[in-house]
Design a binder for this molecule. Structure first.
Ligand code: PLP
Length: 398
């Protein structure tokens, strides 16, 4: 008997791992000082933040001085795009991003358009991969920023960032990647990728919410978006979230240590789920890359003909299975997924998608239980769908 509820929504957030929670506790109670204070409490807190910065910098292969702590992925994305746009506005006004970026990027780009910047979108193919030839054709000497996520949060596509960075640099533009879904899951070396900026977030990798980081290549010009005190080498004001940063580092350290083991384990769960779902459920489409090595190990995203994603989500919720329809941040809205529309899916299918994102605590039994429940939910919902009955020939004269 499988124990419910089952959590298959790790792309939305993850539980804080024990190591991270334990590491944080001391900095919430015992060593609670403000790192900016000129006394022992402050010095101890500063030491912990320095250690976290050194440790995370080592994991992604940058210098500690190139790492800035933020409140998470959304702030890092905002800072990268707005900060570069404002710093380079006299050089050019052209911003290029992918159409499948997170809302943190899309909304910021929209706001910058209102300030007079021109925003263009790279093309992506049916699996979500950026069309590099198209990107080459749209960069120009006015381009100041080229941004693309390292891996997509909805369909799991892992993008060719190294090539994107080369194209950006060929016209002197800054290259940014949002690695919120990838950091701690895929091995990342920022120097090898060649990006100038990279966003990360703690709560996707078994760390606490409300903390993340932005890698900023040394020497890159960028304006601050949060002004205030002298924290983060005067680039980002606000009293340092010491416990959060310590927890983020500990979660990142564990994720990096176990990266290969987790990838093998979680992708085996994913592959089992995908195989069974595709074989046993009719009129279902796997969104994103078919090649498992080019999609996030934890991601399986499907569209279902004749039914809304929300109805499947509610049925699975009743069966004790937690999943997401579209991206976590857009769920709750009735808009079709912008990611699936960009991949060329018709609106009906873009409405009917469900994302399963697995984690290191999930089991094969849970996978099998979930496929069984999904199967019966889909067939029950289709029995109520006149469109489906028409397709099946059960309704003749509609
Ligand atoms: N970027 C991507 C790709 C994400 O998936 C998310 C969160 O879902 C974010 C940015 C925002 O990160 P945070 O929740 O840390 O603000």
């Amino acid at each position: 008997m499988v124990k419910t509820p089952i959590y298959f929504d790790h792309a939305a957030t993850t539980p804080v791992c024990e190591e991270s929670a334990k590491a944080m506790l001391n900095y919430l109670t015992g060593t609670f000082g403000n790192p900016n204070s000129q006394h022992e409490f402050g010095r101890q807190a500063m030491k912990a933040v320095d250690e976290a910065r050194d440790g995370i910098a080592k994991i992604i292969n940058c210098k500690p001085s190139e790492l800035y702590f933020t409140s998470g992925g959304t702030e890092s994305d905002n800072w990268a795009l707005r900060g570069v746009a404002h710093a380079f506005k006299n050089k050019g006004k052209h911003i290029i991003i992918s159409p499948i970026e997170h809302a943190a990027m899309l909304a910021t780009a929209k706001a910058l358009e209102k300030e007079g910047f021109k925003v263009s979108f790279m093309k992506v193919d049916g699996e979500g991969f950026v069309d590099l030839e198209h990107l080459k054709s749209i960069v120009d000497k006015d381009t100041i920023f080229v941004g693309c996520m390292l891996a997509n949060n909805e369909v799991g596509t892992i993008e060719p960032i190294k090539e994107i960075a080369q194209i950006a640099h060929s016209v002197g533009a800054v290259c940014f990647t949002d690695a919120v879904q990838a950091a701690g899951v895929l091995k990342i070396d920022v120097k090898d990728l060649g990006v100038d900026l990279m966003s990360m977030s703690s709560h996707k990798i078994y760390g606490p919410k409300g903390v993340g980081a932005l890698y900023i290549r040394n020497g890159l010009r960028i304006e601050s978006i949060i002004t205030g005190g002298h924290q983060e080498r005067t680039k980002r004001g606000g009293t340092t979230n010491v416990a959060g940063i310590v927890g983020f580092y500990e979660a990142f350290r564990i994720a990096d240590r176990d990266l290969e083991k987790n990838a093998i384990y979680v992708s085996a769960l994913r592959d089992r789920f995908i195989e069974r779902a595709l074989n046993e459920i009719p009129y279902i489409k796997l969104n994103g890359p078919k090649d498992g090595s080019k999609r996030l190990p934890a991601n399986a995203d499907f569209s279902f003909d004749y039914i809304e994603g929300e109805s499947i989500l509610f049925s699975l919720d009743l069966a004790g299975i937690a999943v997401s329809s579209g991206s976590a941040c857009s769920s709750g809205s009735l808009e079709p997924s912008h990611v699936l529309l960009s991949l060329g899916l018709p609106e009906a299918l873009a409405h009917g998608s469900i994302r399963f994102s697995f984690g290191k605590h999930n089991t094969l039994e849970e996978i099998d239980y979930a496929v069984d429940e999904l199967k019966s939910a889909v067939s029950r919902l289709r029995e109520m769908s006149p469109l489906f009955k028409l397709e099946e020939g059960e309704i003749k004269n509609v």
